[in-house]
Design a protein around this ligand. Structure first.
Ligand SMILES: Nc1ncnc2c1ncn2[C@@H]1O[C@H](COP(=O)(O)OP(=O)(O)OP(=O)(O)O)[C@@H](O)[C@H]1O
Ligand SMILES: [Mg+2]
Length: 262
């Protein structure tokens, strides 16, 4: 891959006491690509996300984002540099409306100080209005405007997943990480999700890394896939080579990967 890399994971190891969750992982992700990280349960996928996004400082190795070493940087600073994520278990403010959830995401980008909001300064009020309008526009672009005023807990499951992605988009990321976005979705919803992932990549000029157990989704949207097992990289390549890789088939004991050709 000759394009510029937006993210480089360099030889990352993450240990928790005696457990090595991720072992010497390296990944180069080209700008504008949609790529995947797969592997059986407990393989270290979410841990890799947590290291990349700054939730964990790796025991060894480095993460370089847009040419800058971000190892050990706090998650909110990394987010401000243009990286956003969603979580394996959806994290929303369930008592807030869909619109408010997106507005919370947008606050990362606001320029004013918190005391402006407290004092109700005109500039701050203008900024609030601006955040509100941009958030509504974002909801429209992800097809959720009809739900803007509904509390998050009342949304159908697929819409909640979409809303979480919308909130991540509200931080204006260049690089988006999705942890099992198709989890709990029916085949029709997964199909729509695949279209949605491509659509937001194009519309928002993103690079997307996704963790996913739904092989149809992974193979369908990812141009490059890394496979972890027990924290170690056992294969990487395009969908075709991953699908036919004996080591990968063995890791999955012949499940999913074999049923994805159709
Ligand atoms: N904070 C932590 N403290 C201790 N061990 C952890 C911690 N986070 C993850 N682990 C361990 O690291 C290993 C990898 O976990 P991780 O959640 O990264 O796997 P995963 O590939 O995301 O699995 P799944 O598909 O089930 O989500 C597991 O053995 C897990 O128990
Ligand atoms: Mg996980």
């Amino acid at each position: 891959m000759s394009r510029k890399n937006i993210i480089e994971v360099r030889n990352v190891t993450m240990r928790f006491g005696g457990v090595t969750a991720v072992s010497e992982l390296s990944m180069d992700i080209p700008e504008g690509s949609i790529v995947g990280l797969i592997g059986p349960n407990g393989a270290g996928k979410t841990t890799a996300f947590n290291v990349i996004t700054g939730f964990y400082r790796p025991t060894e190795g480095d993460v370089v984002f847009a040419g800058r070493r971000i190892t050990g940087m706090a998650p909110h600073r990394i987010c401000a540099l243009g990286m956003a994520r969603t979580f394996q278990n959806i994290r929303l403010f369930y008592n807030e409306t869909a619109l408010e959830n997106v507005m919370i995401g947008r606050h990362v980008r606001r320029s004013g100080h918190w005391w402006g909001a407290v004092l109700g300064l005109p500039g701050t009020r203008r900024e609030e209005r601006d955040i509100r309008e941009k958030s509504l526009e974002l909801l429209r672009r992800v097809g959720l405007s009809a739900h803007a005023d509904e509390v998050a807990s009342a949304l159908p499951y697929g819409a909640q997943r979409r809303l979480e992605i919308a909130r991540a988009l509200a931080t204006e990321p260049k690089f988006l990480l999705l942890d099992e976005p198709a989890a709990g979705m029916n085949p029709q919803e997964s199909l729509e999700l695949m279209k949605f992932i491509r659509q937001i990549r194009d519309e928002f000029h993103l690079t997307i890394l996704l963790i996913e157990h739904d092989m149809k989704v992974v193979m369908g949207v990812c141009e490059h896939i890394w496979v972890l097992e027990y924290g170690k990289l056992i294969a990487e390549g395009d969908a075709e080579s991953i699908r036919s890789n004996p080591r990968v088939i063995e890791a999955y004991l012949g499940e999913d990967v074999n049923n994805v050709a159709d």
